[in-house]
Design a protein around this ligand. Structure first.
Ligand SMILES: *Cc1c(COP(=O)(O)O)cnc(C)c1O
Length: 714
């Protein structure tokens, strides 16, 4: 094993008594421990907000006098000591679930590859649900003590920040990340030079350097081609997520799949299991096959062995979610590789050949299936859809026997739960409630929480959301001098106590963001009734090259700007993990209107449910499993119409009817002390049934037992 080390970019000079804040800043453990975040916030609240909750940047900027002040403050120091006791116990924990249950496998590393990781708002290396899922996966793998190591990209320009013009058009701004402000550690070799891996691209070798991020106990390695020695163009290869340029994209995926395997080898890992989270990393199979054929195995023998240790999770039935490369590109990028594998062109192309309406392609999804022995979708319905969709790969099997199982997605509880609710759970479920997170029976004790107290916390969270929107609007008005109508569109007229509906997600057309606006007059009549105001908050980004998605934002924005809605329809710019936290914690109803069965799972509704919001959604993805008749509402039924227009019309009728006749009356049905007792009963039913079942804890245990452990056996 070569000698290397990872070291923080910054050595902070802090008062000795609170020196370990620097260490905490470089372990993302704090991102799922709201109490640990308070260690920074308590020093300088405004700076904490100004740095967007970034401890590294915070410690670089904070005034020495303020550090000195807390270093003398008994209360602060007690709190500090308590947090670091928790931190040390966590990092050193010897009794993790994995160790207790599967000690014999603790030396079998699991390599987890993903193009995006959503870990925190200050690390913009994610675009949406896939990234947040990967980030949550790492956090829970850390909590449970899995021997997992992850590989991804450090996108030097991150994902864009979104601005909406007065006319409702999305503008994307990419900004170069300031590495000195990020919790990343360059990996250096024995000469203190950046450790690099090299990957062959047509006519050249491209270098990628490596960065490490500590996610609790799990290391995440990020590749970055912005290295001396690469051409100016190659230095930009890993600067953005989901480049639409085909060559940039295939190059990225070669760097992830092939470079990622080499990176792990360089770092001394010999993974027992390889997990491809979506097909973008499928080239890893080629690199592992190259290693084995170089060692004397035939290609077929190599592929068989690779399959045994490899897992592929497919995440979407939407064609845009699957990378398809034209064959000329495959010739250009791989013709030098196939002889070494013992394959000719035909045999190579056949690994992933797919007939698309626009011609023959090389499909990353097919390649992933070809190199993985275990495959899964991300909800029960998605499993069914995937078996149908990929049946042609197993023509001899009946559709129901196609070997694609499912593990339904979940969310990392600590990351998404409001701090006040955590405190309430500690009081009424027990201080150790987190240890029982995925035990459904344990959650019966949610019924012990007094209605008054639960409602008090909910009101607090609703206020918090509204004040946050006002702060943002004020800041934007000050900074950018936006038009007053845009100020109103950012939520300044919202009433913290009115029934609030949230709709926040990527603006992909299948999610039908504008469905609820289809009969605008009917909607406006509903939301403006006396004594029963209803408000709707929209948020979400469209991919910068997705014009239909951007037009959808514009359509929503035009309704938002209409005076007739009284400021009750709102569009919030720049949906990210921070805004997502405010929304899932602060709204009453979480709306989701995908066109079935395109929402493979979805997770935002799970976050909302955990925090006491009620789901109101099409029976797609996770909600089809989560809905039990008592814990929210469904739009439409469990059947699909062939004609999308008829489907839309039926869904929108169902949506308005339930809103008018069930949701609004239930929310405003108040007993003594202005308590909506029946609403609260539903909230409890929702938390109780959904928090354990859609936790990342349940999900990681299923991945471990159904997929990882079997892949470890010989
Ligand atoms: C949870 C989350 C998502 C996923 O949302 P779905 O629409 O349910 O898939 C996307 N973006 C952000 C910022 C999130 O936090």
């Amino acid at each position: 094993m070569k000698s290397f080390r990872a070291e923080p970019v910054n050595q902070f000079s802090l008062p000795r008594r609170i020196q370990r804040l620097g260490e905490l800043a470089y372990n993302l453990w704090w991102t799922w421990k709201p109490d640990a975040q308070r260690l920074f916030r308590l020093i300088d609240h405004d700076l904490w907000e100004r740095t967007y909750h970034n401890p590294v940047q915070f410690l670089r900027q904070v005034e020495r006098a303020q550090l000195n002040a807390v270093a003398q403050d008994r209360n602060y120091l007690d709190f500090y000591d308590r947090i670091f006791r928790m931190f040390d116990q966590y990092i050193l924990a010897e009794a993790t679930w994995f160790l207790q249950e599967h000690a014999d496998c603790i030396n079998s590393p699991i390599a987890y590859f993903s193009t995006e990781f959503g870990l925190h708002e200050t690390l913009p290396i994610y675009a949406g649900g896939l990234g947040v899922l990967s980030g949550d996966h790492l956090k829970e793998a850390s909590d449970l003590g899995l021997p997992l190591v992850a590989v991804g990209f450090l996108y030097t320009r991150g994902y864009f920040t979104q601005h909406i013009t007065e006319d409702g058009w999305q503008e994307a701004r990419f900004q170069r990340l300031r590495f000195e402000d990020m919790p990343i550690m360059p990996i250096l070799d024995e000469h203190d030079d950046p450790l690099t891996v090299s990957v062959e691209l047509p006519g050249r070798e491209v270098l990628a350097r490596l960065w490490e991020i500590h996610v609790g106990r799990v290391p995440l390695y990020l590749l970055d081609t912005d290295v001396e020695g690469n051409s100016a163009e190659d230095r930009e290869l890993t600067s953005r997520l989901y480049n639409s340029d085909m060559e940039a994209r295939i190059s990225q995926e070669i760097i992830l799949g092939i470079g990622g395997v080499r990176a792990l080898r360089n770092l001394g890992y010999n993974p027992a299991v390889w997990h491809m989270n979506e097909g973008h990393s499928a080239f890893m199979g080629l690199e592992r096959a190259r290693e084995m054929t170089a060692a004397g195995h035939s290609f077929d023998a190599a592929r068989e062995r690779i399959c045994h240790s490899t897992i592929f999770t497919t995440h979407t039935p939407v064609p845009a979610g699957s990378d398809e490369f034209p064959l000329w590109l495959i010739d250009k990028y791989f013709s030098q590789l196939w002889p070494g594998l013992g394959l000719d062109r035909d045999q190579f192309i056949k690994l992933a050949r797919r007939e698309m309406s626009w011609g023959e392609t090389f499909s990353m999804t097919l390649l992933a299936f070809r190199f993985a022995g275990r495959h899964n979708g991300v909800s029960e319905l998605h499993g069914q859809v995937a078996r149908k969709m990929w049946h042609f790969l197993w023509p001899d099997l009946r559709e129901e026997d196609v070997p694609i199982s499912h593990v339904t997605n979940g969310i990392h509880t600590g990351t998404w739960l409001a701090r006040r609710l955590d405190h309430l759970f500690r009081r009424y479920l027990g201080r150790d409630w987190m240890d029982h997170l995925d035990d459904p029976d344990f959650w019966d004790s949610v019924e012990n929480i007094p209605d008054e107290e639960l409602w008090l916390v909910r009101r607090h969270l609703k206020r918090k959301l509204v004040f946050y929107m006002r702060d943002r609007a004020r800041e934007q008005w000050l900074r950018d001098g936006i038009h007053p109508v845009q100020v109103i569109a950012s939520g300044v007229l919202l009433d913290p106590y009115a029934l609030t509906i949230g709709f926040a997600r990527r603006f992909a057309t299948y999610k039908r963001a504008s469905l609820i606006l289809r009969d605008l007059d009917r909607l406006l009549e509903l939301i403006n009734r006396p004594n029963r105001p209803v408000q709707i908050i929209f948020a979400g980004k469209a991919h910068p090259d997705d014009n239909p998605g951007k037009m959808l934002i514009q359509e929503v924005y035009r309704s938002v700007k209409k005076a007739e809605n009284g400021g009750r329809l709102v569009f919030l710019e720049d949906y990210d993990m921070n805004l997502a936290r405010y929304l899932v914690q602060g709204v009453d109803v979480w709306l989701n209107t995908p066109r079935r069965p395109n929402e493979a799972s979805g997770t935002s509704g799970q976050k909302a449910a955990l925090n006491g919001a009620l789901n109101f959604s099409v029976l797609d993805g996770w909600w089809r499993e989560g809905y039990n008749g008592l814990n929210g509402w469904t739009i439409g039924d469990d059947a699909d119409q062939a004609d999308p227009n008829i489907q839309d019309q039926m869904d929108v009728e169902s949506l308005y009817d339930i809103l008018e006749n069930e949701i609004i009356p239930l929310y405003y049905d108040r007993s003594e002390n202005d308590l909506p007792r029946k609403w609260i009963a539903r909230m409890k039913a929702s938390i109780r049934s959904l928090a354990p079942q859609f936790s990342m804890r349940r999900m990681i245990k299923e991945y471990t037992e159904q997929l990882y452990l079997p892949a470890m056996g010989e």
